[in-house]
Design a protein around this ligand. Structure first.
Ligand SMILES: C[S@@+](CC[C@H](N)C(=O)[O-])C[C@H]1O[C@@H](n2cnc3c(N)ncnc32)[C@H](O)[C@@H]1O
Length: 252
C-alpha cells in the first residue's frame, strides 16, 4: 500500500486536522517562543474550544484576545470555557477568510488547506510591520521564517520571500543539508509537540522521518548521494511489517 493510500484510510477529520487540538503544553511553548505579552492583540485563527485564548489571557495577560472559528459548536464551547474562568474575549463564529485581523500583533495560524492559505496570505501581507504569524511545521507559502523552534515557526511582517524551496527548507531546519539524524530529530520534535497520545509516537516519527528525508533527497538538499542505511532499514520495516510503501517516492 502506498503511504497516500494508508493516509486515506485514516478518519477524514483526523487527516484534515479539523478536530486536532493543540495541547496546553504546546500553547505555552508557542506563547513563550513568540514572547506573548500585555501589549499584544492575539488572534487565534481556528480557535476550536478556546483553550489557547484562555491561556493567552490568564497566563500571558494579552491586551486583547480574539478567537475565530467557523464551527458554531466549538465557539459555543469556547464561550462557556471563558465564562467558567470569568474571562472576556471576542469569540467570533465565521470563516477566517472573511475576518478583519488588521489590528493583530500576534496570530496563531495552523492551516494546511491551500485555498485558505492563499486567501489569508493576501490579508497577512497587509498587516502592520512586526506583526508575527505563528505557523506549525512549515512557514507561510514561499516565505523564509523569521525564527524557528521546530515545529513552531514565526513569520514576521513584512514577509521575506524565499528564492527557492531548497532555501526555505534549509532555513527551517537550520542546516546545510539534511541527513538521517536531522530528519529523525525534527520528526521527533514534531510528534512530541503535537501528539496527545504516546502509544503511536514511534510509528509517527518513522513516517515523518521518511517523509522529511525523501522530500529533501528529491529536492536535492539531502547530504550525499547515497541513501543512508537507517533510511533503507526504516523503508524496509514499513514495507515488511506494515505493508506501507515509501520506496516509490524516491525519484531517480
Ligand atoms: C487547526 S485548524 C486546521 C484545519 C484545516 N482543515 C486545515 O488544516 O487547513 C482547525 C480548526 O479550524 C477551524 N476551521 C477550519 N476551517 C476554518 C475556516 N475556514 N474558518 C474558521 N475556522 C476554521 C475548525 O473548526 C477547527 O476548530
Amino acid at each position: 500500500m502506498k503511504i497516500e493510500d494508508y493516509l486515506k484510510s485514516l478518519p477524514e477529520n483526523i487527516v484534515s486536522g479539523e478536530d486536532v487540538q493543540l495541547t496546553n503544553k504546546s500553547f505555552r511553548e508557542i506563547f513563550e517562543f513568540v514572547n506573548l505579552g500585555g501589549k499584544d492583540n492575539f488572534y487565534h485563527l481556528g480557535c476550536g474550544d478556546g483553550k489557547g485564548i484562555v491561556i493567552a489571557l490568564e497566563e500571558y495577560h494579552v491586551n486583547n484576545a480574539i478567537g475565530i472559528d467557523n464551527d458554531e459548536n466549538k465557539i459555543k464551547q469556547a464561550k462557556n470555557n471563558l465564562i467558567e474562568k470569568n474571562l472576556s474575549a471576542k469569540l467570533i463564529c465565521e470563516d477566517i477568510q472573511n475576518s478583519d485581523i488588521s489590528d493583530a500583533t500576534v496570530i496563531l495560524f495552523w492551516f494546511t488547506d491551500e485555498k485558505i492559505i492563499n486567501t489569508m496570505m493576501k490579508k497577512f501581507e497587509k498587516l502592520n510591520p512586526d506583526t508575527k504569524i505563528i505557523t506549525i511545521w512549515g512557514p507561510l507559502s514561499y516565505c523564509l521564517p523569521e525564527k524557528v523552534k521546530f515545529p513552531y515557526i514565526i513569520n514576521k511582517i513584512p514577509l521575506k520571500k524565499a528564492s527557492s524551496l531548497q532555501e526555505q527548507i534549509l532555513a527551517i531546519f537550520g542546516v546545510k543539508c539534511i541527513d538521517f539524524v536531522t530528519a529523525w530529530e525534527f520528526a521527533e520534535r514534531y510528534t512530541k509537540a503535537i501528539g496527545s497520545t504516546v502509544e503511536n509516537d514511534r510509528f509517527l516519527t518513522i513516517i515523518q522521518t521518511l517523509t522529511i528525508w525523501i522530500n529533501a533527497k528529491n529536492l536535492g538538499v539531502s547530504c550525499g548521494d547515497e541513501i543512508p542505511e537507517s533510511i533503507k532499514t526504516y523503508i524496509n520495516i514499513m514495507k515488511t511489517h506494515f505493508d506501507i510503501d515509501f520506496e516509490y517516492l524516491l525519484q531517480e
